[in-house]
Ligand binder design. Structure first.
Ligand SMILES: NC(=O)c1ccc[n+]([C@@H]2O[C@H](COP(=O)([O-])OP(=O)(O)OC[C@H]3O[C@@H](n4cnc5c(N)ncnc54)[C@H](OP(=O)(O)O)[C@@H]3O)[C@@H](O)[C@H]2O)c1
Length: 354
């Protein structure tokens, strides 16, 4: 018999839209655990929300939300979702901030959550742990495979090492596609860092405000989540982050002004490039958990290091453990993007109900 999965999705930006597109193209899936039908039972964003037990056509969600939706009140969306008590309900948080996280505890008492949003796992350690306890107590599920290195099974690897009795001693990773691109191009072209940054922005490779790539916070969140999953009690404030935005450019409001002024960072990158070329090393912006300490920043690696051969569109994670103590367990591959994220969400949803 086919199992119907009822999805309540909040957030219809890049990832949410790709997820709805994926479901509109393939609403039925056959897996080794059975046959599944995906039904969108609720949709919400900042402005509108809609709940329909019979299902909302994912190909037509925009018009439906506009015509039959109502002004969004997330608290009421959640309480109505819980009251409808549909079988195999999943709350899918595709929002970008931390506003929805405050409802997780209450949602998880009855309904599993799947999300690409890193906010819950990169907040305080106390809150991170509290959610794990809620999941255990109410026998629900909370899945977030898309939090780190979308498409790379980093969290699965940690779980599998730990459940085999291993202890993870160190993790290193390249998590920022923007930084991979910039540092790669810096070495192989004659362009200045400021020129490359503008170029990456114009190609749509950076965040709308590139300071959100350069400040290292997103990379820090990713290593924080991996470290916590590996059993380390670490807070964001424990992480040493190398912020590549010069201090005087951190509070400039106008992006144009920022781009005109970022040239002041060129000399630093010229020197780094000179040293890397001279010593035949490669520049990377990496995240590391080593000796119980977590740091994020620029590093120079030689040709024997697994980061050396990574291309600019690849993410890499290295795990050292009691078992993998000489040579790391390496996960490497192209990752990221809203489309890839949407398919990781489908996989998490299937694991939750399967
Ligand atoms: N994009 C990627 O490739 C990618 C990859 C991995 C993980 N992620 C993570 O996935 C999440 C979504 O990313 P995205 O790129 O889709 O972001 P996005 O395009 O900025 O979309 C965010 C959506 O969330 C909605 N939203 C935010 N706060 C809300 C609230 N309090 N109540 C209701 N709706 C709210 C926004 O509503 P409005 O449209 O009404 O403002 C918007 O629809 C983020 O946490 C991101 O870090 C993204």
């Amino acid at each position: 018999m086919k199992k119907v999965i009822h999805i309540f999705i909040v957030g219809t930006g890049k990832v949410g839209t790709q997820f709805l597109k994926l479901i509109s193209e393939k609403s039925e899936l056959k897996t080794e655990n059975g046959d599944f039908i995906f039904k969108i039972a609720g949709i919400a964003n900042h402005s509108r929300m809609l709940i329909n037990h019979k299902g909302i056509n994912p190909a037509d969600w925009k018009l439906n939300l506009l015509k039959t939706g109502e002004p969004a009140i997330i608290k009421s969306f959640i309480s109505r979702m819980q009251k409808t008590d549909l079988t195999n309900s999943i709350f899918l948080d595709c929002t970008d901030g931390d506003e929805i996280v405050k409802y997780y505890d209450v949602i998880l008492r009855s309904i599993p959550i799947v999300t690409p949003n890193k906010s819950a796992n990169s907040g305080t350690y106390q809150k991170y742990l509290a959610l794990k306890k809620t999941v255990k107590r109410f026998k629900t599920d909370f899945r977030y495979s898309a939090n780190v290195g979308v498409g790379l099974p980093s969290l699965d690897v940690i779980n599998s090492l730990l459940s085999g009795g291993d202890r993870i001693t160190s993790i290193e990773g390249l998590f920022s596609s923007t930084m991979n691109y910039l540092l790669d191009k810096l070495l192989i072209t004659n362009k200045k860092f400021s020129e490359l940054l503008k170029e990456a922005h114009d190609k749509g490779l950076t965040e709308p405000d590139p300071r959100n790539d350069l400040n290292g916070i997103d990379t820090a969140r990713k290593i924080l989540i991996l470290a916590r999953e590996a059993g380390y009690k670490i807070e964001m404030s424990d992480i040493e982050i190398e912020n590549l935005v010069p201090p005087i450019l951190r509070n400039i409001n106008l992006l144009d002004k920022f781009y005109n002024s970022i040239k002041i960072a060129d000399s630093k990158f010229d020197s780094l490039k000179k040293l890397a070329v001279k010593t035949k090393r490669k520049l990377v912006y990496s995240a590391r958990l080593r000796n119980n300490k977590v740091s994020v920043g620029i590093e120079m690696v030689d040709s024997g290091h697994p980061f050396y051969s990574a291309s600019s569109n690849e993410k890499v994670v290295l795990f050292y453990s009691e078992f993998y103590n000489e040579n790391p367990l390496i996960i490497k591959g192209q990752s990221g993007g809203a489309k890839a994220t949407a398919s990781v969400l489908v996989s998490d949803i299937l694991k939750t109900v399967g």
